[in-house]
Design a protein around this ligand. Structure first.
Ligand SMILES: C[S@@+](CC[C@H](N)C(=O)[O-])C[C@H]1O[C@@H](n2cnc3c(N)ncnc32)[C@H](O)[C@@H]1O
Length: 394
């Protein structure tokens, strides 16, 4: 878990991204430019795509507030993650400067707000030694191309906009697209309304099991929900993944007591995704325990429903998944959605899922359950009776 002061700083930054200039100024006053600039730089480094330049280039990122400025350099080179290094002007080929206010808005404001004309830049400082200048001129094309590519990488990190989930899934190595599964198009459709919101997302199943750290999809969600706080839950300890806006929790998705304590501490969630063990019993335990901790207006997603037909996962043999399976759960939710239509007996005291499941979107192997107020009434009893009498009279 990232420490409390850092979590509070990120929470305020997320809020300030769509807040007033005064809110950002108050944050800078309380935390100081250096602390805010460090947090912004870390976020930029995370958001940068893979650099395209073959030769290493350092790009300086300057963040200013009034007369104060804080500068670091980001080292860009193909096949390596972007790294924050000390600002050593001799190595720096390109320099980009934002006011802290503009950078907060770029990173934590609405993704589609246009951002132009809010930065300064300068390329390749002239060397003092004339001999070096000659060398530089002879290599100008390469030097300039590498600097341009590295600067473009930095600028792609200085924005809330990002590629679609197909591309992010490939970038971070998740199997949610073009491999075992084809889920990202469904995620795009259902997650788009939450994109600009300060959502809390929980994904059960971080990936990698006990022999790899995993975290691909958590990074994908962190990049996609630029104002989001992302929690992953796994039976194995993956806390080495912890960083700002991303926490890896350790626990068993089939343990209701653990899940309840965890949800009380970190919830309520806007979105829960179950991509854990895919054992049918576990899927049902997690849903029953965590659905109450999804906010009204939120979503509960279950991946890999195919295991409802796999007996070794606790699924049913044959073509009809039984009531104890994940598909059985989904079928039950459709019944719950229609509880006002139930007759003999009519429902007098609706359950939580009857009152709060408002839609069930099932696709091949994945379901999105919407939570809200399932408040639409059935036909009034007198119409019901009149229609029945009319039909009987025929
Ligand atoms: C399919 S992987 C998750 C992949 C990841 N969501 C992604 O898209 O990159 C499933 C993960 O669930 C974890 N897991 C298995 N049983 C679990 C349980 N009972 N509770 C919590 N996590 C469990 C495994 O350790 C594994 O890392």
């Amino acid at each position: 878990m990232v420490d409390t002061a850092q979590t509070e700083l990120i929470r305020r930054l997320i809020r300030a991204g769509t807040g007033s200039d005064d809110e950002i100024a108050a944050l800078l006053k309380d935390a100081g430019l250096v602390v805010v600039a460090r947090a912004l730089t870390e976020e930029v480094a995370f958001r940068c795509p893979e650099p395209a330049n073959a030769a290493p280039v350092d790009v300086a990122l300057e963040v200013t507030h009034g007369e104060a400025r804080h500068t670091v350099a980001l080292r860009m080179v193909r096949d390596e993650p972007v790294r924050v290094v000390e600002d050593d002007s001799a190595q720096v080929r390109s320099r980009v400067t934002f006011t802290a206010t503009d950078l907060v808005r770029r990173l934590f404001g609405a993704a589609d707000s246009p951002r132009t004309g809010d930065f300064h830049n300068s390329f390749v400082p002239a060397p003092e030694d004339p001999g070096q200048l000659k060398e530089l001129l002879s290599e100008m094309n390469t030097v300039f191309r590498d600097a341009a590519q590295a600067t473009a990488t930095l600028m792609a990190g200085c924005t809330a906009r990002c590629p679609g989930l197909d591309e992010l899934s490939i970038r971070y190595g998740s199997d949610k697209w073009a491999s075992l599964h084809w889920y990202t198009a469904h995620y795009e459709r259902h997650f788009a309304p939450y994109r600009d919101r300060p959502v809390r997302v929980l994904e059960i199943g971080i990936g990698g099991f006990d022999d790899d750290l995993g975290g691909s999809s958590l990074k994908m969600w962190k990049r996609y929900f630029h104002r989001g706080t992302i929690f992953g839950l796994d039976i194995y300890d993956k806390s080495a993944l912890n960083e700002s806006r991303l926490s890896a929790l350790v626990g068993d998705q089939n343990d209701p007591d653990y899940l309840t304590a965890m949800a009380r501490e970190h919830g309520p969630f806007d979105i829960v995704i179950d991509d854990g063990s895919h054992m049918n019993e576990h899927v049902r335990t997690s849903f029953t325990t965590l659905f109450p901790y999804v906010r009204s207006g939120g979503l509960y997603v279950i991946e890999d429903l195919q295991t409802a037909y796999f007996p070794h996962f606790g699924g049913s043999a044959g073509g009809s998944a039984g009531p104890d399976t994940s598909i059985g759960l989904v079928k039950g939710l459709i019944d719950d959605l229609h509880h006002r239509e139930h007759r003999e007996p009519a429902v007098t005291r609706p359950t939580l899922t009857q009152s709060m499941v408002t839609a069930v979107h099932a696709y091949h192997n994945i379901v999105f359950v919407e939570k809200g107020v399932n408040g639409e009434d059935t036909l009034p009893a007198w119409i019901d009776a009149a229609v029945r009498n009319a039909l009987v009279a025929k």
